[in-house]
Design a binder for this molecule. Structure first.
Ligand code: ADP
Ligand code: MG
Length: 342
């Protein structure tokens, strides 16, 4: 009897030792938390080079912020908007984002428009002093928002905008920052990282065990995610009407995503648009542009391009998403899901 007890004790000790060893081998990620680009960021990476690689990534994001911030005196965008000089020499990053924004402006019939900044500012979204401007004021500000009039000289690395125009890269800068951070990590040999830039997710490789990252899409009403998508090496970026808004004296809700045609916050039945694509810059640009475009035009754009996926959540607990993600996404039972086919 005593012998049997001893045998049992030895077995359990051995079993627990194995458990302790296994959990010790399970690698913990290196993590960095910081504020940048007006939001909170969490960068997580695995591997013995993760610590250094993350520090460099954080630095790069902050450097980019200093380059493209609309409010920081001395940034490229600040100079473009405020300098009396006509031609402003800028960093390569600024040029790349502006060029990209121009192409998306053209391709989405002006739905993404960085030159809308004075309008967004007038409504108080940059200061928090919200107000509903007069139609007259909106109309006069809209006159200077033809983004195609920006002149980008690639050779000279310079930019010119017409008098009265002011630009802001808030709708796509964070996506570009995610791309840069991910690129640094990959170059440093990181095989597994998950970057959260204020809700904009960038996956580098897959999880350390080789399985894909599971990224949740926020439920506009709170609670559990309304969809969870498995991804590796790509960006999952959401624009949500619930992120920033105010209720006007007229009792109506005004969101921070604007229709450049009307100079007013978008009023459709969208709660959010999530874009899944290899490029964060593309995903961030499209999350805003397709929110403005609405379901029909968003679907049309996707059918033409087919180089990204979308998950659109509308009021009334409906989800519309591209058919390609069916197999890799779990949807909350609360939502009615429709798949958009090619
Ligand atoms: P977030 O800033 O929450 O990530 P978005 O990527 O959708 O969300 O960007 C929205 C921001 O971009 C707004 O706060 C506003 O400053 C600016 N913006 C709003 N509407 C447009 C638009 N149609 N085109 C370009 N920029 C816009
Ligand atoms: Mg965006």
């Amino acid at each position: 009897m005593k012998n049997k007890n001893l045998k049992n004790a030895a077995f359990f000790t051995f079993f627990f030792l194995i458990l302790i060893l296994a959990s010790a081998c399970k690698e913990e990620p290196s993590t960095r938390y910081f504020k940048a680009m007006d939001t909170f960021m969490i960068l997580k990476a695995y591997g013995n080079k993760a610590e250094t690689a993350l520090a460099i990534s954080e630095n790069e994001i902050k450097k980019l912020e200093e380059t493209i911030s609309v409010t920081l005196d001395g940034s490229d965008i600040y100079e473009i908007n405020n300098s009396p000089e006509k031609e402003i020499f800028v960093q390569k990053d600024t040029l790349e984002i502006l060029n990209f924004a121009k192409s998306i402006f053209e391709e989405t019939d002006g739905s993404l428009n960085p030159a809308l900044y004075p309008v967004v500012h007038e409504w108080g979204f940059t200061s928090g002093e919200y107000k509903i401007p007069s139609q007259e004021k909106i109309n006069s500000l809209l006159k200077n928002t033809d983004f195609l009039k920006i002149q980008i000289d690639e050779k000279a690395c310079s930019v010119k905008i017409p008098d009265g125009m002011k630009i802001d890269l808030g709708a796509l800068g964070k996506g570009f920052a995610g791309d840069k951070a991910a690129e640094i990590l990959r170059k440093k040999g990181i095989k597994s990282a998950l970057l959260d830039l204020g809700g904009n997710i960038q996956a580098v490789g897959s999880k350390p065990d080789g399985s894909e990252w599971k990224v949740g899409v926020r439920n506009p009403e709170g609670g559990d995610a309304c969809a969870r998508i498995c991804v590796k090496d790509c960006a999952v970026i959401t624009s949500g009407g619930y992120e920033r808004f105010f209720v006007g004296e007229d009792g109506k809700t005004y969101i921070h995503i604007f229709d450049p045609k009307t100079g007013r916050p978008v009023e459709n039945d969208f709660e959010s648009v999530t874009i899944i694509s290899k490029s964060g810059l593309y995903a961030d640009s499209l999350s805003t542009a397709l929110f403005v475009a609405g379901l029909e035009k968003a679907t049309e754009f996707w059918r033409k391009k087919q180089n990204f996926d979308f998950i659109i959540i509308t009021k009334g607990k409906k989800i519309f998403c591209t058919a390609g993600i069916k197999e890799k996404t779990d949807f909350s039972q609360e939502f009615e899901v429709s798949f958009v086919e090619k």
